[in-house]
Design a protein around this ligand. Structure first.
Ligand code: SF4
Length: 302
């Protein structure tokens, strides 16, 4: 009898699928993926992928971004209600009100937003290029959404006035100073890498404030071989796999930082998704065009 991973390997070949998994997915799902990475890395990759179909193990906005960038491919999300609480915090009517209150401001949307919100924004950004994107704009005022913590990170590094939307990622926003102090006590030789979705006071306690893609690079380049990983626990698994000679500690070992939506996808969901080619991501054409414009404008910035 075949194991679940053997079954998945066979089905994806037969049905012409590539499997992409976000860095925050479970170990099992990361292990059966063709590629793992952050949301934008994976979405960009869809343009290079030869198969006609993509299974995106992640949350809905990521599969949507993949579909925006590769409209000719069939993109499926294995768990229909795998959403992102932060992406869902943005209400278009609030954004419209902010635009009215700040008529000279440009709207920068983090890629962690729905296709509708991207379509209503001027340009997208990721956690690694947010400062560059903001500085590339002519406007002196920037409405930044949805994450107030990433907005604070950007505000420290630009002369522009940042007007944050009041959103946050519940996974990173729950990090407390005590968590950092405990981790530092337990692992005094480690360097602390913190994601910019963490609160500003936590960012200021870190050795490095980095996106997951930057954590991956930093861990490889740095002479040091011990790190505390201040983001969702799945990232530590990825780093350990990539650099088996180095040590990666969870910031909170007793109660790891876990994104419940990211952990919804199980191998059984992947099997059913491949079998039924579900749940297909479909985006209204008018939304798609405007959302893609905001993403492509970002991609043009070197
Ligand atoms: S970790 Fe935070 S931003 Fe990422 S999917 Fe989960 S809730 Fe959304």
């Amino acid at each position: 009898m075949k194991s679940k991973s053997e079954k998945i390997a066979l089905m994806k070949r037969e049905k012409d699928f590539t499997i992409l998994a976000h860095n925050y997915q479970t170990k099992e799902v990361q292990d059966i993926a063709d590629f793992t990475g952050d949301s934008l890395e994976l979405s960009r990759m869809t343009r290079e992928i030869k198969t006609k179909k993509i299974l995106f193990a992640g949350v809905r906005f990521m599969a949507e971004t993949a579909k925006l960038l590769s409209p000719d491919k069939k993109v499926v999300l294995p768990v229909e209600d795998a959403g992102c609480e932060m992406a869902d915090m943005v209400q278009l009517k609030v954004l419209e009100r902010m635009r009215r209150e700040h008529p000279n401001a440009a709207v920068v949307a983090y890629v962690n937003t729905t296709a509708e919100v991207k379509a209503a924004s001027d340009i997208c950004c990721t956690s690694s290029n947010a400062v560059k994107v903001v500085n590339s704009l002519e406007n002196d005022e920037i409405i930044f959404l949805p994450d107030k913590n990433l907005a604070a990170f950007v505000a420290r590094q630009t002369k522009k006035k940042i007007i944050p939307y009041n959103g946050w990622c519940y996974v990173h926003n729950q990090i407390k100073e005590e968590d950092v102090l405990n981790a530092r006590r337990k692992h005094p030789l480690s360097k602390l890498m913190i994601h910019p979705e963490a609160p500003e006071n936590i960012q200021l306690m870190a050795d490095y404030v980095l996106s997951t893609g930057e954590m991956q690079r930093k861990a490889g380049e740095d002479d040091l071989d011990e790190f505390i990983v201040g983001t969702e626990e799945g990232m530590a698994y990825k780093l350990k796999k990539l650099y088996p000679g180095k040590e990666f500690h969870l910031l909170r070992e007793d109660s790891p930082l876990t994104c419940l939506n990211m952990k919804k996808t199980r191998l059984d969901d992947v099997i059913v998704s491949l079998e039924n080619e579900q749940y297909e991501i479909l985006i209204d054409e008018s939304v798609r065009k405007n959302a893609l414009r905001a993403i492509e404008r970002m991609l043009e910035i070197k």
